[in-house]
Write a protein that binds this ligand. Structure first.
Ligand code: G4P
Ligand code: NA
Ligand code: NA
Length: 194
């Protein structure tokens, strides 16, 4: 998605060979027009796939899941990182190991909002190690729902997330795929390439 790649080049701050900050327009302050464009792009990519629900994880996937839900005219739901005690028995859950934070946490989603009749598009801001997304895929499977695919705003193609998801048989589509980066330098994969 050219508009997104241009914005990353202009405003992204590359902190190291692996960490990209996009706080000024995606992750902390959110450019609402850009978020809606991102949603429309997911809508275009996953049109005619019979999507009934968009699923993400709090916090920074929410604005893109909402935008995709608007484009596809379906609800979105987000998995929570803190377990509400009152929900104990009525949730799907998965444990996620965050490599960047070196901690394992539970993600959960009420059983009321996902089930066997759903066809799901998972959306998130970053595809890095893929840990959180694998957790969401597990939740979709636990719900007996069908997974249409995963849409990520930014993929760091040099990390293992895509391979992990594809090994699970999941179709992944990212709007900006970074092949490599270093402070002051960023390269994207041609998104039309297979
Ligand atoms: P992931 O690939 O499944 O997201 O897992 P990972 O453990 O690698 O990433 C941990 C957190 O760091 C995730 O946010 C992820 O979105 C974020 N992240 C990974 N790489 C980058 C990066 O280069 N830049 C930025 N800005 N974030 C990155 P999270 O823990 O789910 O938190 P939240 O921000 O969504 O609340
Ligand atoms: Na995230
Ligand atoms: Na994040």
């Amino acid at each position: 998605m050219k508009e997104l790649e241009d914005r990353i080049r202009q405003e992204g701050v590359i902190l190291s060979d692996t960490v990209l900050k996009v706080d000024s327009f995606l992750n902390h302050q959110v450019d609402t027009e850009l978020a809606l464009s991102i949603g429309r792009e997911f809508g275009r990519l996953f049109a005619d796939r019979g999507i009934t629900k968009v699923l993400t994880i709090e916090a920074s996937g929410i604005q893109f899941a909402m935008a995709a839900g608007i484009a596809l005219k379906v609800p979105f739901v987000y998995a929570k990182k803190k377990k509400a005690v009152t929900l104990a028995e009525q949730v799907y859950s998965a444990s996620v190991h965050s490599f960047t934070r070196q901690e394992t946490y539970q993600v959960s989603l009420s059983r009321n909002y996902l089930g066997p009749n759903d066809r799901v598009l998972i959306v998130d801001d970053f595809l890095a190690t893929g840990a959180a997304l694998v957790g969401l895929v597990q939740i979709v499977r636990e719900a007996g729902a069908e997974l249409a695919g995963v849409g990520c705003v930014i993929e760091k193609g040099f990390q293992e997330g895509r391979r992990l998801l594809e090994d699970m048989g999941v179709h992944v589509h990212s709007l900006a795929r970074i092949s490599s980066m270093a402070p002051g330098e960023i390269h994207f994969v041609d998104n039309d390439a297979p």
